[in-house]
Ligand binder design. Structure first.
Ligand code: C5P
Length: 400
């Protein structure tokens, strides 16, 4: 997710597709963006300011003046925004935009904006196909605006054809892709290998030994490294996390042994190895072929130590920069520094279960980073932000 902290100005014009903007706003806010919404007077027939302001957490304006006589500064809103999204953009609003017909707050704000502008047109099929719309969209494109084309399907008129506003997910993806493309490609040419998630060690065909790791930290790291232009090999144990980035090659594994053999397959070509997986330390010595019956009062399962994947990476290290994680409940700093040494790492990220909001299943994390020579502490942040901090730190170390 690349929208955290981004300032998005949405302009709604008067079309039935306006109802879908609720979902777009919710998605943006959920992803950490700051959202302000303005509307044309006609848009108010389709959606209410109350619903929109509740979702965007900001007042919504459709006029230059509010009831209490205050001026709603179109200039301020326009300059505040990192991007402006006009959705739905009716034929009328599109025409006013490209011809400078400045007769409402939306157009005045648009004409004051210096940020990138995204346009999601929505109209009936014949209006969309009309040469004036084609010309206006071409004009908008020639201004450098981004057009999110209308989709085909059933229209409010009952006709079927192109003219439906792109789905909110499509609009959101265009904006996210735009911000991603802005990220500096500081890891271009590097291959980053990341282990993530838990491992499951089979007891019998239906049971396993596992842990509560969600994989969120590793997937966030993969996402951020890919955005910086790295080729990412993400080797994950069972996790519900999803990733959709062409720079990320996801390999799903189940057990520690499988994870190790996948890691070794790619290790030689790795420049940066980050082990964020919560690997099970022990696995059953034998995996029962059939489901174990509950015949006896007690059941003993003999466990044997799993391979230490990161330690193996440390032993085989030639040129790789290695990052480990430590999740400790006692003697945290000492243990983390011990692992840095023992596993031949370049840095280790410590997260403590004592810190509220840190660790396993949370969306947030609070970390300390140790290298052989120093320690740096970070505040509680989203795992996306933590991933950025970790990669910034790695990049700094590589430059040394
Ligand atoms: O020894 P400990 O499990 O605390 O070390 C944590 C670090 O080692 C993590 O980076 C983890 O991904 C890695 N590790 C591993 N293989 C194991 C155990 C831990 O790669 N079997």
């Amino acid at each position: 997710m690349s929208l955290s902290g981004k300032k998005i100005l949405i302009a709604i014009s008067g079309g039935i597709a306006a109802y879908k903007i609720h979902f777009l706003i919710r998605d943006f806010v959920k992803k950490g963006a700051k959202v302000q919404v303005i509307m044309t007077p006609d848009a108010e027939h389709f959606v209410t300011k109350l619903s929109i302001s509740t979702l965007s957490k900001n007042p919504v304006y459709s006029d230059f003046y509010s009831h209490n006589g205050t001026w709603n500064s179109h200039v301020e809103m326009a300059l505040w925004a990192d991007v402006m999204v006009v959705a739905p953009c009716t034929a009328g609003t599109l025409s006013k935009m490209v011809h400078g017909l400045c007769d409402n707050l939306v157009i005045a704000t648009y004409m004051s904006a210096k940020c990138p502008v995204f346009i999601a047109p929505a109209m009936d099929l014949d209006m969309y196909a009309h040469p004036s719309t084609t010309r206006n969209l071409e004009l908008a494109e020639s201004f450098g605006h981004h057009i999110i084309p209308a989709e085909s399907g059933e229209l409010a008129s009952g006709l079927i054809g192109q003219g439906r506003m792109a789905e909110p997910e499509t609009i959101a993806k265009s904006i996210e892709d735009f911000f991603d493309s802005e990220t500096e490609k500081t890891l271009a040419g590097k291959t980053v290998l990341i282990t993530a998630g838990p491992t499951y060690e089979a007891i019998d065909p239906v049971r396993f030994i596992g842990n509560h790791s969600s994989g969120k930290m590793g997937f966030s790291l993969a996402e951020q490294a890919a955005k910086r232009g790295a080729k990412v090999i993400l080797i994950s144990g069972p996790s519900a996390q999803k990733i959709n980035n062409e720079n990320v090659e996801l390999h799903k594994v189940t057990s520690a042994k499988e994870m190790l053999s996948k890691v070794l397959e790619f290790y030689d070509t790795t420049d940066i190895g980050i082990a964020s997986a919560a690997v099970a330390d022990y696995a059953p010595k034998e995996i029962a072929k059939e489901k174990i019956k509950k015949n006896d009062e007690n059941l003993t399962i003999e466990l044997v130590k799993n391979p230490d994947i990161l330690k193996t990476m440390g032993e085989k290290k030639t040129h790789q920069f290695l990052v480990g994680f430590a999740l400790e409940t006692q003697n945290e700093e000492e243990n983390a520094k011990g692992k840095l040494e023992k596993k031949n790492l370049d840095m280790i990220v410590l997260n403590s279960l004592r810190d509220e909001g840190a660790g396993f299943k949370n969306d947030t994390n609070k970390i300390k980073i140790f290298t052989k020579t120093g320690k740096t502490e970070f505040d509680l942040k989203s795992k996306e932000e933590v991933a950025k901090d970790i990669l910034d730190f790695v990049e700094e170390q590589l430059l040394k």
